[in-house]
Design a protein around this ligand. Sequence first.
Ligand code: SAH
Ligand code: SF4
Length: 394
Amino acid sequence: MVNLLDYDLAGIKKFLIGIGEDPFRGTQLFKWVHQKGVADFEEMTNLSKSLRKVLSEVATVEVPMPKKDDIASDGTRKVLFGVDSQNAVESVFIPEIDRGTLCISSQVGCALACTFCSTGRQGFNRNLSVSEIVGQLWWFMHSPTLDGTPNRLGNVSADRPVSNVVMMGMGEPLTNYDSLITALRVMLDDNAYGLSRRKLTVSTSGIVPNIDRLREDCPVSLAVSLHAPTNELRDELVPINKKYPIEQLLDACRRYIDPNISSDVSSEKWIRSGSPRDFVTFEYVMLHGINDSNSQARELLKLTEGISCKFNLIPFNPFPGSGYKTSHSERVQAFQRILMSGGRIATVRKTRGDDVSGACGQLAGEVKDKRTPRRSRSQREGVSSNRYVMRGKS
Ligand code: SAH
Ligand code: SF4
């Protein structure tokens, strides 16, 4: 059995050829699965009876099963998806009046061990497959909310509750490269979710060679977790910096940005209307007394001179035993003012969903950590069913 959610459109066509069927049916099949959320081949009425029968014998449409579904007081919804008998990952949906942003996980845990990140503290178990990545979006697009009403707010179209996707959940997307690229292609495809490249963001802690590959293979909006103005401090906070230091990372950012595009970095309008490669977003977690001084803000200005960029300051979201404190809001504002006075756009990320631990860096999921013997709740409870098989055959 193959899971059709593991394929982009080219993959589905190849699969159809492999089973002796007409590849042109791939587009219809893709639309049924992703646009209509249909997983039972019998319901795909514009496919021939014989094709439906063959498909039910060799294929399935499976998405990860939600194990927990929490809605915060601000409407932020956090869903824990079981991906196998021992592991679960989290996705967070942030509804706003004019858009709905879904934050998706790419791995169970993360190997990069950034010291301020709850996912990083858990260690790494495994990469998610394409179907486990795309399945998070599929589920939010096609499932009703807890009270049965569609999953949307305000002006976001009824059939498209998710207008933006950010790869900012658990894991480092650029270390799960092949699955990430296929998943991004599905999200961008007009026959599937039709997201625009500007509304699809990959966030990375700085895997330099794969930033270059992403530029070639599937350029989408890029967010880079900078977090420190010097290698000395970044080595400590983001250990992958020892392999790919700041200078190399910033060079990769320069390469990512299309050199032919205007370099008027001070215009917010330009950034809003730009193509995904016009600028890079630097994420910067604000840690009290560690990376939040005025002189560090000025160092950042020097460091990023000539790069079309915007800064997103993220107040540190605490978790038990982190050892860090969140910068005071006056400090964050002062830091922001220095960046802005140097001509950079600098925003402060609103903390959303923190009463369900759905804010950045609080995502913990349930990880069978190879480094810590503590068992996750699913292990203790012996949860064994891991998949939510739609009415198709498995
Ligand atoms: N691995 C990728 C994407 C996932 S993390 C990356 O590191 O970019 C998404 C963002 O949340 C990153 O900028 C990350 O540095 C930040 N983050 C991690 N832990 C955090 C915390 N406790 N508080 C605030 N932001 C955090
Ligand atoms: Fe991994 Fe990103 Fe967390 Fe670092 S911040 S440990 S790269 S998920």
